[in-house]
Design a protein around this ligand. Sequence first.
Ligand SMILES: Nc1ncnc2c1ncn2[C@@H]1O[C@H](COP(=O)(O)OP(=O)(O)OP(=O)(O)O)[C@@H](O)[C@H]1O
Length: 259
Amino acid sequence: MEGKPKITVEGLMKAFYKKQGSVIALENISLTVEEGEFVCLVGPSGCGKTTLLRILAGLEQPSVGSFTIATERDDRPLQSMVFQERGVIPWLTVRENVAFGLKMRKLPKAFIEERTNFYLKKTGLERFASLYPKELSGGMKQRVSIARAFANDPEILLMDEPFGALDEQNRFILQEELLSIWAETRKTVLFITHSIDEALLLSDRILLMGAQPGKIIDEIIIDKPRPRKIEDIRKDPEMAAKFIEIWHHLQEEVLKSRE
Ligand SMILES: Nc1ncnc2c1ncn2[C@@H]1O[C@H](COP(=O)(O)OP(=O)(O)OP(=O)(O)O)[C@@H](O)[C@H]1O
């Protein structure tokens, strides 16, 4: 590794205790994400991806182990999270949603307006700024979540299948939009996806997780130059080979988890 470590996870284990017994969701996870790196987590359903993200977001406590997020500035939030759904506040307009985090931090009005306008424009939401979430399509709602997350200017971004509920065309469009915003900000991103294509398009590095209890069992470096387009990924023989490699891994892990 060459860059500065931004997220460092050491020996993380997470157990959930239920009436029927305990579930080990994560087992001895250690990883580093470098400053400005885009890392995707790919693994079979139930392998603990969301649990790992929730721990990094401070929403869940690890049972064993620790993590650090290197901070650059004290006035920044540590992390912003983007979910598949429920990411927007229904009673706020698009503009108010994007400005929400900045307002909570009581930043100067002019600054909030400038940042909000900037990200409304970047995500193509300017025309819809005064609408409420119920008036938006699924793709537009996800744009609002992404605009809000970037406007917050957090140390790191945690994304949990943000495009999981979208149709394929919308997915491709939003993936490329996300890459374009990311290229300008170079935020450190940890992104969960079930889509191998999505991971190949977005990542600098893909971490493959094994079936329950979740652990990281391999990493795949994607050193294709940026900016990337889905067409480039689809027609590149090297990417096709990586697709198959990841697919075989997932197949194996899903079979294991069913045994
Ligand atoms: N709050 C909780 N209480 C009890 N068990 C939980 C809790 N959250 C997660 N688990 C269990 O931990 C394991 C990992 O769940 P998690 O949601 O992190 O997996 P995942 O890889 O994100 O799954 P998916 O890809 O299906 O979203 C599962 O067995 C799940 O049932």
